[in-house]
Design a protein around this ligand. Structure first.
Ligand SMILES: NC(=O)c1ccc[n+]([C@@H]2O[C@H](COP(=O)([O-])OP(=O)(O)OC[C@H]3O[C@@H](n4cnc5c(N)ncnc54)[C@H](OP(=O)(O)O)[C@@H]3O)[C@@H](O)[C@H]2O)c1
Length: 261
């Protein structure tokens, strides 16, 4: 199920002083799309990255009116997070166009679940490349920028799978445990002028389960995902973390459906 993000009234309308340049990876569908749309409509300058440019262009068109009224913009940029040079260009390009980067939302992810004895090794590699290396590429690109500016905010979209392992989820959960650990280590090491937030969603309506090729895992997911919540619930959590005053660092938010135990 895909939620269409059209023009809506933002819960929070930023002033020119609070307007941030926000980079979002994986913004062509699901949670990333909702985050990019909400922040643009709240008045931020959003640089939305993913591989499917047609989806990003359509999102930019749908949000253009409401974003402009709030002083915001959504700028589509082609991005493959597995390519370190691509991610570096994503960050430096935004710096050149906007003069600074205030927030990096590392959201891009894939979830081709399977039991380990299915031996879908290429899919294990893909999850490590996108979910872990993609995050590290973002940190490598943005950390020097945040250091030079004396401010910045990393937001990692992890998962409840960063806190528990389930059958068919061994490798996916491992990548999310890794994302959680990297982000927590980053928080501990960073200068206090740089804020670090992990957002851990439960089941959210998106295209994520579409990456599952293992028939057993796909069938199990249909029941598991029956109570999925709207991706804007996660976007609202990201918006909350960003809107706090500089001395307040929201470290982790877990958002899951009320019916998910
Ligand atoms: N939905 C849930 O229930 C749920 C729960 C917990 C955590 N999460 C996490 O939330 C994040 C977003 O997932 P979603 O649920 O919104 O799934 P989704 O609808 O499938 O979106 C995934 C996004 O990642 C992008 N992506 C994949 N590979 C990429 C690459 N190599 N380079 C750049 N972008 C890439 C996709 O864009 P392109 O294909 O256009 O590149 C897409 O925009 C993921 O990290 C996921 O693990 C989701």
């Amino acid at each position: 199920m895909t939620t269409q993000h059209t023009e809506h009234t933002p819960a929070l309308d930023v002033t020119a002083v609070d307007r941030k340049t926000v980079l979002v990876t994986g913004a062509s569908s699901g949670i990333g799309e909702a985050v990019a749309a909400r922040l643009a409509v709240e008045g931020h300058r959003v640089v939305a990255g993913a591989r499917r440019m047609d989806r990003l262009q359509a999102l930019a068109e749908r949000t253009a009116g409401a974003a402009a009224r709030a002083g915001g913009v959504l700028e589509p940029v082609r991005l493959d997070v597995t390519d370190r040079a691509d991610v570096a260009g994503f960050v430096t390009g935004a710096c050149e166009r906007h003069g600074r980067v205030d927030v990096l939302v590392a959201n891009a992810g894939v979830m081709p679940l399977s039991r380990l004895d299915s031996l879908l090794v290429d899919e294990w590699d893909r999850m490590i490349d996108v979910n872990v290396r993609g995050l590290l590429h973002g940190i490598a690109a943005a950390l020097p920028v945040f250091g030079a500016q004396g401010s910045g905010h990393f937001v990692t979209v992890a998962s409840v799978g960063a806190h528990e392992v389930v059958p068919t989820g061994a490798v996916y959960c491992a990548t999310k445990y890794a994302a959680w650990a990297v982000t927590e280590g980053l928080r501990q090491e960073c200068d206090p002028s740089v804020r670090v937030t992990t957002v851990s969603p439960g089941v959210v309506a998106s295209e994520l389960a579409g990456t599952i090729t293992d028939p057993g895992a796909a069938e199990a997911m249909r029941t598991y995902r029956a109570h999925a919540i709207d991706p804007d619930a996660i976007a609202a959590a990201v918006s909350y973390a960003l809107s706090q005053p500089p001395e307040v660092d929201v470290n982790e938010i877990v958002v899951r459906p009320s019916r998910q135990r």
